[in-house]
Design a protein around this ligand. Structure first.
Ligand SMILES: CCCCCCCC(=O)SCCNC(=O)CCNC(=O)[C@H](O)C(C)(C)COP(=O)(O)OP(=O)(O)OC[C@H]1O[C@@H](n2cnc3c(N)ncnc32)[C@H](O)[C@@H]1OP(=O)(O)O
Ligand SMILES: Cc1cc2nc3c(=O)[nH]c(=O)nc-3n(C[C@H](O)[C@H](O)[C@H](O)COP(=O)(O)OP(=O)(O)OC[C@H]3O[C@@H](n4cnc5c(N)ncnc54)[C@H](O)[C@@H]3O)c2cc1C
Length: 640
């Protein structure tokens, strides 16, 4: 590979009107943090073992899982050797060492250990968390079943208390109750946190979490009374062993129920929690993290597509002139530049969401549940919005790279396959949006009654008769006012429909269900209250419905969005460079920093396993016999 930088990329970087390094420092919170991040990324780049893997798509499923395990255990050992203590250092190392290969221990660190910490009693946490952190106990979060994922209250796995033996008896009473999907259950973990319906003294008290040993700590064999297996290949997550698990009257000690919020006493008495939804805390935490995941996925795809668009020359923009950089086509800019803006918006939304989560979850830990509904609504809405919009955007990035975008060598299919699952896991997006919609509906009616509302939703009470003051300058204030107006009006419209349904005599659940489509649109508008002009132009109908904008203002906005494309054009490459993703993290022949795309594609293709032999065995086994047979045939058409 040559080490020159593509001349078009060189020109793009030299004509940028700002220093990308300053923006990188803003993104990563200062020059020292940037320097440290790069140091750690370079340690990975120099690491022979970590650089010894071929791209994941060159391995079969067994190989991908085996590599994922090897890689992650190597990473754990290296982190110990390097003595990285700060979470940022460890995260930077992990992300560089496994940029697209998901970890078979992801749920152990991401849900199992944090849930033991947050949902166990102090004694339980003291006993189990060190075992989890030292990987003596390797666990996952097993909630979803064949028949239920969304409707947790409908889960069928039972945990029945036996006061004689001071044990819970776990059982999968029906086919649909078999645990199905939990990550790392099939081959990796030896423990699970199992969500099950708790029965004691003949009464069901709803779903609770239980710590269950599923494999022997001696030889990893499956514990008697359990059936465990892999669910099979999926759209992505190939290195992750999502599994199924069936309980057959499987006994665990009473003290294996996580009892921080709810308890079962020795005599079988049930002590209920302050709020039944405290058990759902792990899911809220992961939804908050998924907002950052959506930013990382969309920004990486945007880096690849924008750099490639600067390098790719195709067709004549000026008749007889040289072939144009595709980034100079207005249509290509209209595809990609809004995604660049969206990536930055998601970064800010993710950071804001994490700060709100940190504050409210610490209040909840201290017993103050006042803001729990707001946290739930925000986490549901942003998780759904950012993954939906992010995945749509990643697909636009892929298609904007033409044929090469469809190749794994572009890096984009892996980004998409890994993040698109997030539209489903940790709460199916529509269902999550409806949770937020429920919160908006209740808040709207509280606002109508003159009650005070939390700051984030006070816009619901604005005067909807006001028209826009937007002028040629498209001021920030006028844009925020437009988004607030649109969302407030759409929430009011959905709530009025819900009310009208009730007035017609519908029971409240029907009145709700028959207004959920406008509520989803209103909730998306609520979440969209993040970034500007493009969003208005793309959703103009919703902004115009009550004449909020006049014709002149609509023309201003249409002109503005095209003018913004021209404003961004000279800085597009610098704006993606600022995300500072090194090549080995992007894993993309199209998004390389040096722009040497064709050489990289050619080298990558030559390493494809199918090229290990010049003539494939199928020629000898099938093609040659077919040709020989047809060459003897009298029937000329068979020869064709
Ligand atoms: C690297 C990637 C790894 C991938 C990891 C993936 C891991 C997983 O997928 S684990 C499994 C994830 N599963 C889910 O997220 C299931 C989603 N379903 C749910 O959360 C619930 O069933 C839900 C919320 C949809 C409905 O629950 P349900 O009990 O019917 O509640 P519902 O009747 O709608 O509401 C009851 C009240 O509880 C509130 N509530 C519900 N959930 C929560 C919560 N988590 N926190 C606070 N309040 C809540 C509602 O807002 C409502 O409040 P109000 O009455 O004031 O309006
Ligand atoms: C990659 C991946 C990893 C996963 N990892 C785990 C894991 O580690 N542990 C675990 O426990 N689970 C895991 N899951 C399961 C995941 O959490 C569930 O699939 C998810 O919660 C969705 O539930 P469901 O499959 O029942 O979908 P369903 O709810 O059956 O969705 C089907 C359709 O029904 C609609 N629907 C459902 N309820 C309503 C409603 N009330 N109103 C309107 N529409 C509705 C949905 O919008 C959707 O369109 C994973 C899933 C995936 C894809």
């Amino acid at each position: 590979m040559s080490n020159e930088v593509n001349t078009d990329l060189l020109k793009e970087r030299s004509t940028a009107t700002f220093d990308a390094e300053r923006l990188t420092e803003f993104i990563y919170k200062g020059p020292e943090k940037v320097k440290r991040k790069r140091q750690i990324q370079n340690i990975v780049l120099q690491d022979k073992f970590l650089q010894s893997f071929k791209p994941t798509e060159f391995y079969d499923r067994d190989g991908q899982y085996n590599n994922a395990v090897r890689r992650q255990i190597y990473i754990m050992d290296r982190l110990e050797e390097l003595g990285f203590r700060s979470e940022t250092d460890r995260l930077n190392f992990r992300e560089a060492a496994a940029p697209v290969e998901l970890s078979p221990f992801g749920l152990h660190s991401g849900m199992f250990v944090p849930t033991l910490e947050r949902q166990g009693t102090p004694e339980q946490s003291r006993k189990w968390v060190p075992l989890g952190k030292s990987f003596k106990m390797i666990g996952t979060y097993a909630q979803t079943e064949l028949g239920h994922g969304t409707f947790i209250r409908g889960l069928e796995t039972t945990a029945t208390f036996d006061p004689e033996t001071q044990e819970f008896i776990l059982d999968s009473p029906t086919l649909s109750s078999i645990k199905y999907w939990p990550g790392n259950v099939a081959k990796t973990v030896n423990h699970c946190l199992v969500m099950a319906q708790l029965y004691t003294q003949g009464k069901c008290h709803g779903t609770h979490l239980f710590l269950v040993q599923v494999r022997s700590m001696e030889d990893h064999t499956i514990m008697p009374g359990l059936e465990i297996g892999d669910i099979g290949p999926k759209l992505g997550f190939d290195g992750v062993d999502n599994g199924f698990m069936k309980f057959n009257k499987y006994r665990i000690p009473r003290m294996n129920m996580l009892m921080r919020y709810a308890k079962v006493l020795e005599n079988g008495d049930y002590i209920k929690p302050k709020n039944a939804k405290l058990t759902y805390g792990a899911m809220v935490m992961v939804r908050v993290w998924i907002v950052m995941d959506a930013f990382k996925a969309l920004s990486r795809a945007t880096v690849i597509a924008v750099r490639y668009s600067a390098v790719r020359r195709q067709s004549e923009l000026r008749p007889g002139g040289e072939e144009a950089q595709v980034i100079d086509y207005q249509t290509q800019q209209y595809k990609l530049f809004p995604l660049l803006a969206t990536s930055y918006a998601f970064l800010l939304a993710a950071e804001g969401m994490s700060q709100i989560y940190a504050k409210i979850s610490s209040d909840i830990e201290r017993g103050n549940l006042e803001d729990m509904p707001q946290l739930h609504a925000l986490a549901c809405g942003l998780k759904a919005f950012c993954t939906w919009v992010g995945c749509e955007g990643i697909e636009v990035c892929r298609m904007s790279c033409g044929g090469h975008g469809y190749s794994h060598a572009s890096g984009i299919p892996k980004i998409y396959a890994n993040i698109v699952g997030a539209c489903t896991y940790e709460g199916e997006n529509t269902v999550m949006m409806l949770q937020t919609a429920r919160y908006l509906s209740k808040s709207y009616f509280r606002g109508q009654r003159g009650e005070s509302l939390p700051e984030l939703i006070q816009y619901l009470t604005i005067d909807l008769n006001v028209k826009s003051t937007l002028g040629e300058d498209c001021s920030f204030e006028s844009l925020v006012a437009a988004y607030s107006h649109r969302a407030a009006r759409m929430v009011a419209t959905a709530c009025k429909l819900q009310n009208a349904n009730k007035q017609k005599g519908m029971p409240s659940h029907d009145a709700w269900n028959k207004s959920t489509v406008p509520f989803i649109a209103a909730t998306k508008a609520h979440c969209h209250l993040l970034y500007a002009v493009y969003g208005i132009v793309e959703n103009m109908g919703e902004f115009m419905q009550d004449g909020y904008f006049n014709q002149d203002q609509i023309s201003i906005l249409n002109r503005k969005v095209l003018a913004l494309l021209e404003d961004i054009r000279p800085n597009a490459v610098a704006l993606v460079d600022a995300f500072d993703y090194p090549d080995h993290l992007l894993q993309s022949c199209l998004g390389r920093y040096d722009g040497q795309v064709y050489e990289a594609l050619y080298e990558n293709s030559k390493s494809s396993p199918l090229n290990n032999t010049d003539i494939h065995s199928s020629y000898y086994n099938y093609i040659r016999p077919m040709m020989q047979k047809r060459s003897k045939s009298k029937d000329i058409s068979a020869k064709l």
